[in-house]
Design a binder for this molecule. Structure first.
Ligand SMILES: Nc1ncnc2c1ncn2[C@@H]1O[C@H](COP(=O)(O)OP(=O)(O)O)[C@@H](O)[C@H]1O
Ligand SMILES: [Mg+2]
Length: 238
């Protein structure tokens, strides 16, 4: 099995250190969820894993190829897609044009791009219905589908999603979970930041807990979810 491998990663903003010696592996295919409270460093982690922040220390490798030190476009070319928090779709542009933006970094023939677009529409039929509509006019859940679809259009090996379910209706979250499981079944590695711990355990094979910039626990969902200390701290049980 291939991995996105993160070793002893430290990063921050200027003199402010946010991540301390973060190490874990993201299996490809598979779904890894990152949980942790506000300000724990989850977004900083994803930004570092997409080259937007240079780590001060540590290594990032994808299938044995070194990524740390590359510019963000090098991370994209290597196969990392980043669906940012809040989705960042382009207003005044249709759903389809937003999806096509995801394919910009690829030198792919038109026929191939059309095929990939069809794959997105088959995963999310709602997007096909709304393909001529302004992306920003859709519901939050539909916008999240569009952002994930845009990520798919880059043909990544690993897709990272920041705050998958934040602010979305539960029925929408279920649709997204099913879609992501299907993508993992088709070979994708997913690294999903998810504040809703129940959603994270439902979604992921593996869970990583980040607390104040450090990984405090990593393991299979079953293993971590069965831990009484975790249930107490994160699922509100005693
Ligand atoms: N652009 C920035 N400049 C300086 N500090 C930042 C910046 N963005 C985030 N931080 C700080 O980094 C820490 C981690 O933030 P973040 O990675 O956004 O956490 P999370 O996504 O887990 O809520 C917080 O203390 C936050 O205030
Ligand atoms: Mg965040």
């Amino acid at each position: 099995m291939t991995h996105l491998s993160i070793q002893n990663l430290s990063a921050g903003y200027g003199d402010v250190r946010v991540l301390y010696d973060v190490s874990f592996d993201v299996p490809i295919p598979g779904i890894t969820a990152v949980i942790g409270s506000n300000g724990a460093g989850k977004t900083t982690l994803l930004r570092t894993l997409s080259g937007l922040i240079r780590p001060t220390k540590g290594e990032i490798q994808l299938g044995g190829t070194r990524l740390h030190g590359l510019e963000p476009d090098g991370f994209v070319t290597a196969g990392i897609a980043h669906v940012p928090e809040g989705r960042r779709l382009f207003a005044g542009m249709t759903v389809e044009d937003n999806l096509l933006i995801g394919a910009f970094s690829r030198q792919a023939p038109k026929a191939e791009i059309s095929r990939d677009l069809e794959a997105v529409y088959s995963l999310f039929p709602k997007l096909h219905e709304r393909r001529r509509q302004d992306a920003i006019s859709m519901s939050g859940g539909e916008q999240q589908m569009c952002a994930i679809g845009r990520g798919m259009m880059a043909k990544p090996r690993v897709m990272m999603i920041d705050e998958l379910s934040l602010g979305l209706a539960p029925v929408m979250v279920d649709v997204l979970i099913a879609a992501l499981k299907q993508l993992a079944g088709n070979g994708l590695g997913l690294l999903v930041v998810e504040q809703d711990v129940a959603v994270a355990f439902d979604l992921a094979d593996q869970v990583v807990i980040v607390d104040r910039g450090r990984v405090t626990r990593a393991g299979t969902s079953q293993e971590v979810a069965a831990d009484p200390a975790i249930r107490n701290a994160y699922l509100g049980e005693i």
